[in-house]
Structure formats: structure tokens, C-alpha cells
Write a protein that binds this ligand. Structure first.
Ligand code: F6P
Length: 550
């Protein structure tokens, strides 16, 4: 049965047409106890949904939809290790990666919590060795730079967290610079290599499958560079001193030449885009220390516990997910902008893009039927204040409805010792907070945000408002609150996938492109086979050949 046929979905459709279709946010925000009804707190985060185009009754219907979708059972299944990833027939146990040391979680006879902590210990040994200045390159010098080679989930998570938590890098250690290179064209690596010393650079090959061409081609280039630069050293020794591998495939790592002691393993029940909490988080631990990494896990765990135990009506990921369902399926808003008002979170929109769109960008249900409703919106975004000078024009006066997530910490810069510098930067943060609150208010109220009104202004100066948003106010950006924030979005994705009855943990939609790219590479290289291609692609290939032959 399609979710559209449930009683709750139909009640929501009726409610939309009868009570909500023509209601403007300016009228909703004036309702009694609006803020109290639509805002909740957990794990250091306050979620304010009072600027969403919902009434208390909307929420009641949405909660009924969650019940009818089997939300409680689904949450139980996720945490207990049921095979919720149906098309790949395996659990999705990223929550197990954040369990405390004394926890026990038996999945098909195996205590996965113990496996997780064993790997964390191995990770700590690697991190300690680097931080003690004891990890030496082939010529005997201590490592100074680490380059993570990975893509998608094996890049975006560690990159985002390392950027966000830079201030938490420990000072009492042998410092290493952590860099990231992901692009298949080699441009990031080519830019990095001249800036680092081959004698003291360590590479991490991060790949769940250890078969991703983007990462393996960067790895080959890195190896060539080392071999060329360290001419006196044997290849096997270079690999031993300069490469760590993180993967679920030990045999493939060994085949590539990653020394057994340099392999960090994780499990096929960790999805790539949910893997920053596993060995894939090694660059994070190298950047902010093992203690910082464990604080990140603890923060995510506190959101997990909230999600697992809180009643649906108080449950942040459930409410956040349901607001998204309302926007997509009933208000027909299929675009969501993620807008952090903190430069440290610059990589967050890109990270959430993969998390949400690769998880819920699906059109086939768990019963292998085509959906007859919309699923994941288009997720995009930018540092909020920068976006104000770029694309907010469209948010305020364009023809699209766009929902927005505003994300901002309350406290900032308390750690700065110099009093005057601290006060200057705090004033800048106050500017950021003011802009954040001003923008969500203008998006909601339009002209009504102007005291005295704006009704007499010419049409090009008018603002319609009525663009819904949520604000996530974080007490302070710490490893704990960042962990909780990411877990909140992960669970939001699960909540929406459950209502839409889709598999949030597979990604079959990326496979065909990989296969065709391999075939195309062969045609480009061998100059054979382009005749069988479509007119556009054939001519593009011919143009490349003609250019190369000039
Ligand atoms: O092609 C998509 C994808 O499989 C993502 O799901 C994943 O995060 C990324 O590629 C990288 O995969 P891997 O870690 O196996 O190299």
C-alpha cells in the first residue's frame, strides 16, 4: 500500500486544502505559544521550527503519519542491527560506532561494540605514533604532513569535521598538517604535492570498497611522486612508511601493498556517508587528537540516545524529519538550503548534500514499487552571510519556494586570550547572529518585517515572505555538539526514508555512471568504439581527438 493511501496522509492532504493552503507565516507566528510548541532541545542543540508553515494540528497529523509508518519499530530495528538496508541485505549500524566502551550490542551473535572499540584502540596507536613524532618516512624523518586520499563519504566527513574543529587541535604534540585530496582529475593532489616534503608526507588511502577509481588513481600518482622523489628507497618500504589504508577490504589493501600494521578495518554495515565515526575518521583524530575524536563520538551518542528513547512528539530528529515531509509532500517545496552562520562550518552543506541526497534520492519503495510522491528535496547551501551577497536575492524575491536550515552557535571566541582581539571577534560573531535572525525573520514576514510597513514601495522593492525555515541554535561548537548535530541530520534522513518507505542506505543510482565512465575511458584511450555512441557524446569525443592531434 502506498503511504498516500494511509489515513494520516489523507488527513494531511485535507488539512492542507482546508486550513493551510492560503495561510501566511505572518499569521502563524502570531499564534499563542508558537515558540513553545515548535521548539525542542537535546544534546546542546535547540531546534526552532516555529518559522515552519505548520499549525499545532499539522504536527498532530504528521505524528500520526509517523505512527502509521511504523516509526517506533523502525527506530528499534535501526539500533538493534536489523537488516534495514534491504537491497544490500545488511544492517546500517553507524550508531554502534558511537557506543561507549562498556556497551554490548550483539548482532547475529557478534558483539559489534567490542569490535568497534578494538579498532578505536588500533587507531589510537597510529595517532599516538604520529603525534609522538615516531612515524618516520622512508628516509627516517618524522612525518609533518598527512594527505587523505578519499572521495564521497571517505572525504567529506573527515574534511568537514577537521575544518569545523580546527580550534580543538591539541598543542602539546608533534604537530602534523592534515590535507585532503579527492578529485579524480588529480588537480587537488597536483596543487598539494609541491607544498609538502615527500620525505615527511604520509598518505591515508580511505576507501570503503578500496575499488574507487578516483581514490586509486590519486594513490598511484602519490606513489609515483614518492618513488621519483625518494629514489634510494625500495617501493615496498616507501609503501610501508608512507601509506595507511582504511577500508572494509583487507585483501585489496594488501594487494595494493598496504602493510598489515598500517591497515584500519571497518565493516560493511557502515555506509560510506555514515562512516566518519569509523577508521575513516582517522584524519580527524590526527587533527584534533584521539580525545577530541572520542568527544565527537560521545556527542553523536547522546543524540542517538535521545532519538532512540524520546517520545515521538519530543524527538528532535522525528520532528525535524516530519517538518521536511510537510514541506516536500504537502507544500510542494523541493529545495532545501543549509545555511551555517559560522565560517568553521563551510563544508557542512556539501556534507549534508551527500548524506541526504545519496540516502533519500530514491524513487522505488522497499516493496520495489515506483513511488507516487516526492522524496528527497535538492539540498544545497553555503556559509549564510556569504550567501546573502550571492543567492539570497532568489530566496527573497524569486519564483521558487525554498526551505532553509539556519545553523548558528551562541557562544564564540571565548578561548582567545588577547582581550581586545576577543572582543573584536565576538562583535563579529554578534553581526553573524544578527544577520542569521534577521534573514529568517524577513524570509518569514516579508514586508511585515519593516517597522511601519513597506506596502507603498514599488513592486521591485516588495518582499512576499512566507519562506519556511528552521533554526538550529547550538550552545557552542564543540566536538560533542558537532557530533550531535551530524547525528541529528543522519536520523532525520532515516525518519524521512521510513515515511517514504525507501531504502536510505543503498546507492544503486551511482553505479551505472561508473560503468559507463570505464567504457568511455577505454574509447578515449584506444580511439575505438565511438561509432556506437550517441551523436552528442561521439562528437565530444571526436572534438577531443581532433584537439589532441593538432
Ligand atoms: O559512488 C558513491 C560512493 O560509493 C559513496 O557512497 C561513497 O561514499 C563514495 O563513493 C566513496 O566510496 P569508497 O569509500 O568505497 O571509495
Amino acid at each position: 500500500m502506498s503511504i498516500r493511501e494511509t489515513r494520516a496522509w489523507q488527513a494531511l492532504e485535507t488539512h492542507y486544502h482546508q486550513d493551510m493552503k492560503d495561510v501566511h507565516l505572518r499569521d502563524l507566528i502570531a499564534q499563542d505559544a508558537r515558540f513553545e510548541t515548535f521548539s525542542k532541545r537535546a544534546a546542546g542543540i535547540m531546534l526552532d521550527m516555529s518559522k515552519q508553515r505548520m499549525q499545532p494540528k499539522t504536527l498532530e497529523h504528521l505524528l500520526a503519519l509517523a505512527e502509521e509508518s511504523g516509526m517506533k519499530e523502525a527506530i528499534k530495528g535501526l539500533f538493534s542491527g536489523e537488516r534495514v538496508n534491504k537491497t544490500e541485505d545488511r544492517p546500517a549500524l553507524h550508531t554502534a560506532l558511537r557506543l561507549p566502551k562498556d556497551a554490548e550490542l550483539r548482532v547475529e551473535g557478534q558483539n559489534v561494540a567490542a569490535d568497534v572499540h578494538e579498532t578505536l584502540e588500533r587507531m589510537a596507536v597510529l595517532v599516538d605514533k604520529v603525534h609522538a613524532g615516531q612515524w618516520r618516512g622512508a628516509t627516517g624523518k618524522p612525518v609533518t604532513d598527512v594527505i587523505n586520499l578519499g572521495v564521497g563519504g571517505s572525504d567529506l566527513g573527515p574534511l568537514m569535521v577537521s575544518n569545523a574543529l580546527d580550534a580543538f587541535a591539541p598543542r602539546d604534540i608533534h604537530h602534523v598538517n592534515v590535507h585532503f585530496a579527492s578529485t579524480i582529475d588529480g588537480s587537488q593532489l597536483a596543487e598539494l604535492l609541491p607544498k609538502v616534503d615527500p620525505e615527511t608526507t604520509l598518505f591515508i588511502l580511505s576507501s570503503k570498497s578500496f575499488g574507487t577509481i578516483d581514490t586509486l588513481s590519486n594513490a598511484e600518482t602519490a606513489l609515483e611522486w614518492l618513488k621519483w622523489s625518494l629514489k634510494g628507497s625500495k617501493e615496498a618500504f616507501i609503501k610501508q612508511q608512507h601509506f595507511i589504508g582504511v577500508s572494509t577490504k583487507p585483501e585489496k589493501m594488501s594487494e595494493w601493498g598496504i602493510h598489515e600494521n598500517n591497515q584500519l578495518l571497518f565493516w560493511d554495515w557502515v555506509g560510506g556517508r555514515y562512516s566518519l565515526w569509523s577508521g575513516i575518521g582517522l584524519p580527524i583524530a590526527l587533527h584534533i587528537g584521539m580525545e577530541g575524536f572520542e568527544r565527537l563520538l560521545a556527542g553523536a551518542h547522546s543524540m542517538d540516545e535521545h532519538f532512540r528513547t524520546a517520545p515521538l512528539e519530543d524527538n528532535l530528529p522525528v520532528l525535524f524529519g516530519l517538518a521536511g515531509i510537510w514541506n516536500v509532500n504537502f507544500l510542494n517545496i523541493r529545495s532545501l538550503a543549509v545555511l551555517p552562520y559560522d565560517g568553521r562550518l563551510k563544508s557542512l552543506p556539501g556534507y549534508f548534500q551527500q548524506l541526504e541526497m545519496e540516502s533519500n534520492g530514491k524513487s522505488v519503495t522497499n516493496d520495489t514499487e515506483l513511488v507516487d510522491y516526492s522524496t528527497c528535496p535538492v539540498i544545497w547551501g553555503e556559509i549564510g552571510p556569504n550567501g546573502q551577497h550571492a543567492f539570497y536575492q532568489l530566496l527573497h524575491q524569486g519564483t521558487q519556494s525554498v526551505a532553509c536550515d539556519f545553523i548558528v552557535p551562541i557562544e564564540r571566541y571565548d578561548y582567545i586570550e588577547d582581550e581586545e582581539l576577543r572582543q573584536d571577534l565576538k562583535a563579529q560573531h554578534r553581526l553573524s547572529l544578527s544577520n542569521c535572525f534577521a534573514q529568517s525573520r524577513v524570509l518569514m514576514l516579508g514586508d511585515d518585517a519593516v517597522s511601519g510597513g513597506n506596502q507603498d514601495a514599488p513592486a521591485y522593492k516588495r518582499y512576499q515572505g512566507n519562506q519556511p525555515s528552521s533554526t538550529l541554535l547550538i550552545e557552542q561548537l564543540t566536538p560533542e555538539t558537532l557530533g550531535a548535530l551530524v547525528a541529528l541530520y543522519e536520523h532525520k534522513v532515516f525518519v524521512q526514508g521510513t515515511v517514504w518507505n525507501i531504502d536510505s542506505f543503498d546507492q544503486w543510482g551511482v553505479e551505472l555512471g561508473k560503468q559507463i565512465a570505464n567504457e568511455t575511458e577505454e574509447i578515449l584511450r584506444t580511439r575505438k568504439g565511438s561509432d556506437a555512441m550517441d551523436a552528442s557524446t561521439r562528437h565530444l569525443i571526436d572534438t577531443v581527438w581532433a584537439h589532441t592531434d593538432r
